[in-house]
Design a protein around this ligand. Structure first.
Ligand SMILES: NCc1[nH]cc(CCC(=O)O)c1CC(=O)O
Length: 305
């Protein structure tokens, strides 16, 4: 294959840059050249409000898509968790890479475990999913908003405003901040968000010339698992103002998919939890399992919003 010279559109947070450089390295290993085009997105600019209140999907991806559209960049690297369930017309997911740890992590300068924090402790997170899952574990907690990129959130923790915070283990591990993780929550108690820990490569749908290249970088099992998770989200309406968790785990060729739904209009109502398993051998059977789990959620009282 001829050597390509590609431009990667990326946000400029430390984590986004790590992820873009990771893909740059993978491309270089295949004999291609890749440079980075750093950009700021609306999601990076709005730091004073909870994203679910800002509304709108794809706050972290739109500007990157514009760069793909104009040809300023050939690909964008995203945390799949931040990518809307349905890409806008004209764009395609060219690959999902091997997944990093999908779990949530407890980060604290005061308490080694969430179980150790006293009644009424202040825990930081702006994720509705983390809020409802934490409340289900510990109704007494005082959960306070916490926005910003990973470094900003850690700084706010270190300022002493919180007894502890919850972050994705994947982000901390990528940034070589393993030592910040006091413990990882098991996925039974803190079921991860759809796509957490996975990276996606987005291209313009008409760039058929790039499809085979990225397909060779993809991890089939990660791609199938996140496809099932994202199908749950899509079927439930998938906005970031819905507390929703969806996580697939492999046992051989069987994908075990669990989901949890909380009612943002009734934050104190119990969570609806469901699960289903199926043999998953391609993206279509993964998507079908996700649809099935979304139907089970709705049969158990979850509402599409
Ligand atoms: N919402 C921000 C975001 N998007 C992806 C990650 C972590 C990395 C990943 O899930 O791949 C984070 C930070 C966090 O949730 O702590």
């Amino acid at each position: 294959m001829t050597s390509l010279s590609l431009t990667i559109a990326t946000r400029e947070s430390q984590l986004a840059l790590w992820q873009a450089r990771h893909v740059q390295q993978l491309l270089q290993n295949l004999g291609h050249q890749a440079s980075l085009l750093g950009m700021t997105t609306r999601g990076d600019q709005i730091l004073d409000r909870t994203l679910s209140k800002v509304g709108g999907k794809g706050l972290f991806v739109k500007e990157l898509e514009t760069a793909l559209e104009t040809g300023a960049a050939d690909l964008a690297v995203h945390s799949l968790k931040d990518v809307p369930m349905e890409l806008p017309e004209g764009f395609a997911l060219a690959a999902v890479l091997e997944r990093e740890d999908p779990r949530d992590a407890w980060v604290s300068n005061r308490y080694a475990r969430l179980d150790d924090v006293p009644q009424g402790a202040v825990v930081g997170t702006s994720s509705l999913r983390r809020q409802v899952l934490l409340k289900a574990l510990r109704p007494d907690l005082d959960i306070q908003p916490l926005r910003g990129n990973v470094n900003t959130r850690l700084r706010k923790l270190d300022d002493g405003q919180y007894d502890g915070i919850v972050l994705a283990a994947a982000g901390l591990k990528r940034l070589d901040m393993h030592d910040r993780i006091r413990h990882e929550f098991d996925t039974d108690t803190m079921l991860p968000a759809a796509g957490q820990g996975a990276l996606g490569i987005e291209i313009r749908a008409d760039r058929q010339d790039l499809m085979a290249l990225f397909a060779s970088m993809a991890d089939a099992r990660s791609w199938r698992a996140v496809t099932a998770e994202r199908a749950v989200s899509r079927c439930m309406g998938g906005s970031c103002s819905m507390p929703l968790a969806a996580h697939g785990q492999w046992q051989g060729d069987t994908l075990h998919l669990r989901a949890a739904w909380g009612d943002e209009l009734q934050p104190d109502a119990p969570l609806v939890r469901t699960a289903a398993s199926a043999q998953v051998t391609d993206l279509a059977s993964a998507d079908a399992l996700g649809q099935q789990v979304a139907q089970l959620l709705q049969a158990a009282g979850a509402k599409q919003r």
